[in-house]
Design a protein around this ligand. Sequence first.
Ligand code: HEM
Length: 467
Amino acid sequence: SKWKLPPGPKKLPIIGNLHQLHDLPPRNLSQTYGPVMLMRFGFVPVVVISSKEAAEEVLKIHDLDCCSRPETEGTRKISYNFKDIGFAPYGEEWKAMRKLSVIELFTTKKFHSFRYIREEENDLLVKKLMDSASKRSLVSLKRTLHALVGSIVCRIAFGINLHECEFIDEDSIVDLVHKSEILEMTSMFSDFFPGGIGRFMDWISGQDKRLDHVFSELDTFFQNILNDHLKPVRRDGERYGIINVMIDMMEQERDGDSFKLTTDHLKGMISDIFIAGVSTSAFTMIWAMTELIRNPRVMKKVQDEIRTNLEDNKERITEQDLSKLHYFKLVVKEVFRLHPAVPFLLPRETISQVKIQGYDIPTKTQIMINVYAIARDPKLWTNPDEFNPDRFLDSSVDYKGLNFELLPFGSGRRICPGMAMGITLVELGLLNLLYFFNWGLPEEVEAERIIIKDNDMALDLVQVTRH
Ligand code: HEM
């Protein structure tokens, strides 16, 4: 009773607020209970943060106290028992894995050395789209953009070329990404009722079997990547990529090393890069195309800028071309604002007791930061639901983790380490789509229905024509 806990909706006996789990997404419950709202899902206390000030307190002032991750059955599987980066608890292993990923993938030197892969894969996509345009066939944004990002990420991180790989092709990537999303989002009884009862209910309801089934397909893919790296011919020949480096580290390990890499760490790394890298970047591009097709004024403005600043009849877009554009970058920023790929960030867990906005938050409480709601807060944004990149013309607000009203990549110790790669994937992909082609809704679709009624649904099938 001496604790000042945050307000929150009434909790039912045992289940707490589980019946309201699906009301959570956009903004509804927080509007009633305020920006720091306490809920209880089964036995698990969860605080939902939905104001800029409270997010800043969590991610800046209490960053260390709030930077662990809660455990769920789905994330236990996908992270190979928390031997990855994204779902690992805060500690030495997490630090070592994160450092490894930064050194092998994201340093400026590494990043630039992979430029030709990004440009080459975009070039291949343009050729395919030219073909669709000449045949006047519709293009699926979802398939096309998942395949583009999947090809780039697999080539850069795993040294695997999807166009000639024996165990995976571009089409299977979309299905695998979908499976990984199911795994991340599936709620198990044992997540809310830790211990025997929860596990028993998962077994009775068949939920654990369903989860195992989805996981086994992903695991096969990750195992194939690993096997491919262990082949003698591969080991002697092409030896780039973070997985090769990790295998070398495993082979050279000495007694007394504080951190021992295992196969679970290898698969955890593959899983993270694949899941975190592919679906987020593709999601952002799909929404960018959706918003531009729905808003012809902005589409015209951005294409005019692109086509005026880049010379005519270019054969190939390069990453240097990105630096010539200003409004284009505001379009991307506005997409990150309206459609954050991870609307609640990845959940955090408190390591010790903290005070947020004057409320006491106990140790081992889950913290969900509703960056979706903050980026549409009418106190911070004029006409927040409107897609209007011009709002950033005279604004210094950016999305790199320092402005707490716009956090598509999170902030603090757990900020997305792949941010630079994600931004480049999105910008380069979009620039190719917008320079070479014109886009529209399929003729048979009632434009009005899509534009007005399905505001929360991204487009899939669209019409492409050559510029
Ligand atoms: C547009 C693209 C992307 C977006 C919007 C995005 C967004 C995010 C967000 C919101 C988080 C959680 C941050 C937090 O909890 O504060 C995250 C974490 C992470 N992202 Fe990204 N990401 C993108 C691209 C990538 C790419 C390309 C990679 C790697 C190839 C990547 C790897 C990761 C990893 C490993 C984590 C976990 C970090 C940790 O827990 O320490 N992301 N990302």
